[in-house]
Design a protein around this ligand. Structure first.
Ligand code: MSP
Length: 533
């Protein structure tokens, strides 16, 4: 893989999703965040690799397949083809790869990693006796469960755990506590946000116990390389996807180029797997841990984590059919602080759609194109009368780019989008003050009126030019339409080639370009929203 113009590489992942059911907006939330982040890095010119995929082994998927009367592989193929791959198009994700844990390349990666760990002496046979939650696919520790009516219940799934007694291989996790603590000491940003970091550190400080790395009571999984009477425990199979997708076990050269991952985006429910077990596995195999794990919050329904098992899952298409994919992407990253829990409501989404996208950005774009049409015959005028007001807009843009770029790089999407939206407000405010529609009435009487209107419209169009670049990662469809409407390609080339770092350089649009007023970027919502979930 070649290097982008910045010379920087950027490898980001989503969790791989269980195929026991179809995606809901909680899953889409992680994928959208990763997509916006990676599109932002592409827009910076980085050589990006964005990975997502599906987690297909283990008891949870096996039982679902059995309940549906089909072989697990048939079930997985069906769900991947009809639900998990299509949802990526629905939410407009531009992933570079989609890994399935049932693929040969993944099997080879998993077997390579576990063989290395065993060769290093960190695997031994033993018996696991204790609780297991199939919903979490997790060996539960004493502090993990709650008691309801005398029964030990998983607090995430509100279901009783199962008691296992199984001959397994164990991973010597206990040997890695000190190395993990030293690693996090040395790399304070390796787990974010701070609440997640604190949780991880205190979990490690409580002491780590060795953990089963295999299962022997069913065979839906990847055979343990030294004993085919066992399959690799599903989490210790799934986590390896991040490495097998970039060549572990199949293409050492590529692996060396891409590893370690720059960031694993995960929901806070699976933090321990990513920030404790996974780095320990990598260390045990002599490989580097990921550079960063970012744990985001949950989408809540009625104060609880949205989930299909609790029948609170909303399919992304239920929202996107009504608002469009751009608005979906905008809403979830703008309305919820990344790292915190948040709730979705039709009312809130409708309000933001209307005020920010339809009336804010959409109206600005259509007003400017309409005025260039009306007052300048659709030809972008030049700015010959630049004064303080125009300089203020240009200066505000420089701040916007710096603030947004920093925030997006730190996964503070809400801050990044707030900064960009603030600039929409600046340009709208500039037009309100300049009132080109009033000045245009004086074309016949005031010799300076023409230059004022031209300058105003050029300035607003330049603002939109920069907005198209900054918004392309989050609103890819609207940004592309905006770019086309400004006729920017003729002089500047395609939107994908515009760099975030250059977006603040004022005066890039070429006077003389053909500006066209297309359809509204965000049409007014006419239908009543679909019924709430
Ligand atoms: N298969 C494991 C992950 C293995 S990664 C090596 C898994 N899969 S999952 O299908 O349950 O999806 C988990 C991820 O989906 C969460 O970590 C989170 O990113 C996302 N979400 C699922 N429900 C969610 C919410 N209600 N809210 C926000 N994100 C949610 O765990």
């Amino acid at each position: 893989m070649g290097q982008g113009p910045t010379g920087a590489t950027f490898f980001a992942t989503t969790p791989i999703y269980y195929v026991n059911d179809a995606p809901h907006i909680g899953h889409a939330y992680t994928t959208v965040a990763a997509d916006v982040l990676t599109r932002w890095h592409r827009q910076r010119g980085d050589d990006v690799f964005f990975l997502t995929g599906t987690d297909e082994h283990g008891q949870k998927v096996l039982r679902t397949a059995e309940a549906n009367g089909v072989a697990p592989r048939v079930w997985c193929d069906r769900l991947v083809q009809t639900a998990w791959k299509p949802v990526l198009a629905t939410i407009d994700a531009a992933n570079d790869d989609f890994i399935r844990t049932t693929e040969e390349r993944h099997t080879r990666g998993v077997q390579e990693l576990w063989q290395r760990i065993r060769d290093n002496g960190d695997v031994y046979p033993s018996t696991y006796e204790g609780p297991y939650c199939v919903g979490c696919e997790e060996f539960k520790l004493p502090g993990d469960l709650i008691e309801v009516d005398g029964v030990q219940v998983c607090p995430i799934h509100s279901r009783p755990v199962e008691q296992l007694s199984e001959q397994n291989y164990f991973f010597r996790l206990s040997a890695y506590a000190d190395r993990l603590l030293a690693h996090y000491e040395e790399h304070p940003d390796a787990v974010q946000p701070a609440s997640a970091r604190n949780e991880v550190i205190s979990f490690i400080k409580q002491g780590l116990v060795d953990i089963s790395m295999s299962r022997s009571s069913f065979d839906w999984g990847i055979p343990v390389p030294w004993d085919d009477g066992h399959v690799v425990y599903v989490w210790f199979d799934a986590l390896v996807n991040y490495a097998s997708a970039v060549g572990l076990g199949t293409d050492p050269e590529r692996f060396a180029q891409r590893w370690p991952a720059d960031v694993h985006l995960v929901g806070k429910d699976i933090l321990r797997f990513h920030a404790v077990y996974w780095p320990a596995m990598l260390m045990a195999a002599g490989l580097e841990p990921p550079r960063r794990v970012f744990a985001h919050g949950w989408l809540l329904v009625g104060g609880e984590k949205m989930s299909k098992s609790k029948l609170t899952g909303i399919a992304p298409s239920q929202i996107i059919d009504h608002f469009g994919s751009d608005a979906f992407r905008w809403y979830f990253l703008r309305a919820i602080q990344f790292g915190q829990d948040g709730s979705f409501s039709w009312e809130d989404m409708t309000a933001r759609y209307t005020s920010e996208l339809a009336n804010g950005l959409g109206n600005l774009a259509s007003r400017v194109a309409a005025m260039v049409g009306r007052y300048c015959d659709g030809v972008l005028p030049s700015a010959s009368d630049v004064g303080r007001a125009e300089e203020d807009v240009a200066a505000a843009l420089i701040d916007t780019v710096a603030t947004a770029d920093e925030a997006m790089g730190e996964l503070r999407f809400h801050d990044g989008l707030a900064a960009i939206y603030e600039f929409v407000t600046v340009v709208n405010g500039y037009l309100t003050v300049q009132e080109p529609w009033q000045v245009a009435k004086r074309f016949d009487t005031d010799p300076s009126a023409r230059a004022r209107v031209d300058t105003t419209l050029y300035t607003a169009a330049e603002g939109l030019r920069a907005l198209a670049v900054l918004l392309a990662p989050v609103l890819p469809k609207a940004a592309a339409e905006l770019w086309a409407s400004l006729g920017a390609s003729a002089a500047l080339g395609g939107l994908a080639g515009q760099r975030v770092q250059d977006a603040g350089r004022w005066g890039q649009l070429s006077p003389g370009a053909t500006v066209t007023k297309g359809a509204a970027l965000f049409p007014r919502l006419e239908d009543p929203p679909a019924p709430s979930a």
